[in-house]
Design a protein around this ligand. Structure first.
Ligand code: DC
Length: 230
């Protein structure tokens, strides 16, 4: 290989999938920090697409509105607005979370966002590895990922965690309401025809029901290090 064309360094990809409030987001972010890898929260893309739809007065379940929302988001990202679009605090609202789950069931929306995610996995800036979390990273976006984790937990425990998180932000939330929301979202994310949530072939299932965040991180790190030999 000549000096003009140095051999491309291999990018290590860690794919993390799992249902809402399974702990995958914190885990993915912490893993990326420890490993010195780039991180992409792909749920934020679907949330940002839903926010575009809601701001335009559309319905997240409507195919045309959702496709327009995804297109508007993509245009923002392509013109350098990714950080602003994906760090908007409104993305964390429950209405936006439900909207994200609706737009994410529409094939044209997934299609519009696939390229951005794969591009990130192949070229994560100056990093030699990346961690992506979502629902279809190991199954659709990066089926060749070096490590695939499926992070899950009992639905009741996940609802309790989400309730505490909301309460810690001063948001009034009852366990029953949070559980009902979570059930709806789980059913929609796992039951849809386009890229449903399920463990990817070759993934390691990490059940965090009885684990603290620190224990889950230690276990994930053990799995990653064992696979990547780092
Ligand atoms: O991970 P999250 O809660 O931020 O995701 C919000 C919604 O986006 C979730 O209900 C399903 C959808 N999603 C998806 O379908 N595929 C992904 N890779 C990430 C999120």
């Amino acid at each position: 290989m000549s000096e003009d064309f140095p051999e491309k360094t291999k990018i290590f990809v860690v794919a993390i999938d799992g249902p809402a409030a399974s702990g995958k987001g914190t885990l993915a972010r912490d893993l990326a920090d420890i490993l010195g890898y780039a991180y992409l929260d792909t749920g934020a893309l679907y949330r940002a697409a839903a926010l575009e739809v809601l701001r335009a007065g559309g319905s997240c379940a409507d195919e045309d509105d959702a496709e327009r929302g995804a297109g508007a988001l993509r245009a923002k990202i392509e013109s350098g607005g990714q950080d602003a679009a994906l760090s908007n605090p409104d993305l964390r609202n429950d209405a936006v979370a439900q909207g994200a789950s609706k737009v994410a069931a529409i094939p044209a929306v997934r299609e519009a966002l696939i390229g951005l995610q794969r591009e990130f996995a192949q070229n994560p800036g100056g990093y030699n590895g990346c961690v992506l979390d979502g629902r279809d990273i190991g199954t659709v976006i990066c089926p060749e990922a070096d490590v695939k984790l499926f992070v899950t937990a009992d639905q009741g425990i996940r609802a309790e965690r989400r309730m505490k998180e909301l309460q810690s932000k001063g948001i009034d939330a009852t366990y029953e309401a949070v559980l009902a929301d979570m059930r709806t979202r789980d059913e929609r994310d796992s039951g849809r025809r386009a890229a449903p949530l399920r463990p990817a072939e070759g993934s390691v299932v990490l059940d965090t029901t009885d684990l603290s965040a620190a224990e889950a991180l230690a276990e994930a790190l053990r799995i990653v290090k064992q696979t990547l030999d780092v």
